[in-house]
Every structure is written in C-alpha cells, then in structure tokens.
Design a protein around this ligand. Structure first.
Ligand SMILES: [Zn+2]
Length: 242
C-alpha cells in the first residue's frame, strides 16, 4: 500500500469503515512508515480530544447530523466530519489544544522532543546532574545556558525530580529536567518562549509517547513520557500551577 492510498483511507480506517483487507493494509503500512504513523497518531489524538472535550454533545449525534446533511460524496462527508470536529476542538478550546492538518513548527519540535527523550533513555545519558534537590539542579545550569530554567520538585505528589541535563531541541540548547513516576521517566524541555513560535497549548501523541506543550512566564515547556495521558496531565497541571 502506498503512502497516498494510506492517507486517502486514513479517516475511513479510523472510522472503521474499511473492509478487513484494506484495514490490514493500512495497519501493515503504518507499522513500517514513520510519516503515516505520525499522521495516524495525530488523527487519533484529535479523535481522543473530541471525545474527551467538555461542553460537548455526543460525537455520534453530530456525526449523524453531518452525514445526513452531506450525502454527496464520501470525501466531502469526511471533510465535513473532520472540519466540524476541528472547529469543536477549537471552540471548546480556551487554549486547550490546536489541531493543524499541515505539519507546523509545533509538530517539528514535537518530533525533536521525542527524539531527545528516546536518545536520553537509549544512550544512558539521562543526567548531567543527578539529584533530587532542586537547589542542586537549578544552579547547575548557571553559566551553561543563556537563561535560568524554573526547577520545581513535585515529589510531594508522586513525581520526584531526579536530575537534569543540557539537551538540544529546535536548533538551540535547552534545559532538560528529568522526573520519575514509578518506572516511567518524564523529560521536560525548557527554553525561552521566543524560540518556539507555537504559543498555544498542545496535547499530542507521537510514536507512542504522550506530549504536552505550554508557555508559562516567558518559557516554553515540552513534557514527554511513555506515562499514560491522564497521569501526564496531572503532572503538567501541577507543574504549571507551581
Ligand atoms: Zn507511508
């Protein structure tokens, strides 16, 4: 199956409208094609968001209405379904998440964030400074970066800070703080806001990892982990309100 046909069938695949053979074709292609896998993950995370969004009537009802109204062709119908979903996500928004059909700066950074996370675990280079004491971790960055990252310990709610290191994301040196949740590692990449033009909050899944992005006090934050989405949200909202 080619990337083009996978792309064409992706929505139908997610909507479980493909026959078994085409479904298997998409699944098989996505296993070996990173770019289509990314697309699928983006669609899935949008679908999840729509399902999880508050103030929102059941998606099935909306879908039924959209389907009834647009009977012309499958593709028109799908465009309407996804467009309606996207509009809903945006209107529910109050800064929750942005979904963009074309890859934007945020997606590129997200990819680098995942790379940084994987690299830190694979190369056994998680720490330059290994300490649960933020008064040790924060000063360590002094003189190594042209900014001072906020260093917060969340041990009291089960997300202990375990260290930090320098990393490289989006073409610049960034602070990476490392947190632990049981067996899971959370990397938080911090850099000054100006370098990262995506100012909106992002909730993403990429290559099986959960990602969160937000801007706070002039700093851009990216959190990434294999931790489940709910616990990562708990972590990031605690970090944001600290
Ligand atoms: Zn492909």
């Amino acid at each position: 199956m080619s990337c083009e046909s996978v792309e064409r069938d992706l929505d139908a695949y997610l909507d479980r409208e493909l026959d078994a053979e085409s479904s298997a074709g998409v699944r098989e292609h996505v296993r070996s094609c990173a770019s289509c896998r990314r697309q699928l993950a983006q669609r899935e995370s949008l679908a999840r968001l729509v399902r999880a969004a508050p103030y929102y009537s059941p998606p099935d009802r909306l879908r039924t209405r959209v389907l009834v109204q647009t009977t012309r062709s499958q593709s028109v119908r799908r465009i309407f379904t996804w467009a309606a979903a996207a509009v809903l996500v945006l209107s529910v928004g109050a800064g929750i998440t942005l979904w963009r059909p074309a890859p934007g700066r945020g997606d590129v950074i997200a990819d680098e964030v995942v790379n940084g996370h994987v690299r830190s675990l694979m190369a056994n280079h998680l720490f330059d400074v290994q300490s649960t004491d933020r008064h040790t971790v924060k000063p360590w960055f002094l003189g190594k970066l042209d900014f001072s990252p906020p260093v917060i310990d969340l041990a009291s709610i089960g997300f202990p800070l375990v260290g930090g290191r320098l990393d490289y994301v989006g073409g610049r040196s960034v602070a990476a703080l490392v947190y632990q949740r049981q067996k899971h590692t959370i990397n938080v990449f911090i850099s000054p806001e100006g370098d990262d033009r995506s100012t909106r909050d992002l909730v993403l899944t990429a290559r099986g990892f959960n990602l969160r992005h937000w801007i706070h006090n002039g700093m851009s934050f990216w959190a990434v982990s294999d931790l489940n989405s709910a616990e990562l949200s708990e972590f990031t909202s605690a970090l944001r309100s600290s």
